[in-house]
Each structure stands twice: as C-alpha cells, then as structure tokens.
Design a protein around this ligand. Structure first.
Ligand code: IDP
Ligand code: MG
Length: 160
C-alpha cells in the first residue's frame, strides 16, 4: 500500500512531538529528545506541561467517537507531558518513522515505541501525522513567544 503520509517530503515542515505522561514518569525524557536531536532536526519549542482535559480533548478530537477516547484523555492528563516543536525538511514523516507504529508490539526495534513501550495505551510519545496537523498542534500547545527562531551551528554539517 502507498502511504503518502509516511513518505518524507522535500519541504521544510514543523511537527508537534509530545512525550506522554508515561514517558515522563519512566524517566525517558532525555532518551527520547536525544533521538530527534541526533537525527539532525531542529528544536524550536520545549516545555514541561500539565495538560488540562479540554486541551487533550481538542488535540485528539478526530478520535472523539472511539470507545477508548475517555481513557485516552485520562492518560494524557494523568501527569506532566513534554511538549516539543521540531523543524526540518521532511520532519513530519521522518519523526513518525523514528517513533514507530501506534501499537508498540508491532513497532520496529530501533524506533522509540519499538524499543521503549509495550502497549498502545502507553506508547510514550506523540507525533503529528501531517504537515497541516503539525501546524495545528503547535498552535494548540504553544503560546505566542514560546517558540524560538535560531540557527544551529551544526547546520553546514547537516545540509550541503
Ligand atoms: P498515533 O499516536 O500513532 O498517531 P492514533 O491512531 O492517532 O495513533 O491514536 C492516538 C493515540 O490514541 C495513540 O497513540 C494511543 O495512545 C491511543 N490509542 C489509539 N488506539 C487505541 C486503542 O485501540 N486503545 C487504546 N488507546 C489507543
Ligand atoms: Mg495520530
């Protein structure tokens, strides 16, 4: 099957990555951030945040009708999350690859979920599924002034 959302584009994009409460509680914050850093993507926003119920509901509004929706909202609001905005060429699809598929038991070893989780309902990390949702979610989770424009010194060593 052709999965266009999994094919990295050549456009500069933004994606919203979030370490869920289980990732924070299990002490995986550094491990997870480091995977995106080492890949060469650029961090433009970062905060530890206790998510209110309404925001969790809005973030996952496409899943509203699913039977697991109330448990999903409880899960995401059960403790602090780490909110991140990352920027780069093809970052949306590439981040989804680094994260692995939704069910950690099916996620490839080497991916975050494949290496660090066992259940769909405790899959440690979120990543936007399209560039449009990347923008929508960053706008939802970050306020004006919380994002930084900056040039990493390593840039000439990442891009020819
Ligand atoms: P994704 O996070 O890989 O994009 P989605 O289908 O968008 O997966 O679902 C959002 C989140 O909802 C999942 O990461 C997971 O935490 C939760 N979820 C999805 N399906 C189930 C399920 O069948 N049972 C419990 N939780 C689920
Ligand atoms: Mg999703």
């Amino acid at each position: 099957v052709f999965l266009p959302h999994l094919v990295a584009s050549l456009e500069v994009e933004e994606t919203y990555i979030m370490i869920k409460p289980d990732g924070v509680q299990r002490g995986l914050v550094g491990e997870i951030i480091s995977r995106f850093e080492r890949k060469g993507f650029q961090l433009t926003g970062l905060k530890l945040f206790q998510c209110p119920k309404e925001l969790a509901q809005e973030h996952y509004k496409d899943l509203q009708s699913k039977p697991f929706f109330p448990k999903l909202v409880d899960y995401i609001t059960s403790g602090p999350v780490v909110c991140m905005a990352w920027e780069g060429v093809g970052v949306v699809a590439s981040a989804r690859k680094l994260i692995g598929v939704t069910n950690p038991l099916n996620a490839e070893p080497g991916t975050i979920r494949g290496d660090l989780a066992v259940q769909t309902g405790r899959n440690v990390v979120h990543g936007s599924d399209s560039p449009e949702n990347g923008k929508r979610e960053i706008a939802l989770w970050f306020k004006e002034g919380e994002l930084c424009e900056w040039t990493p010194v390593q840039e000439p060593w990442l891009k020819e």
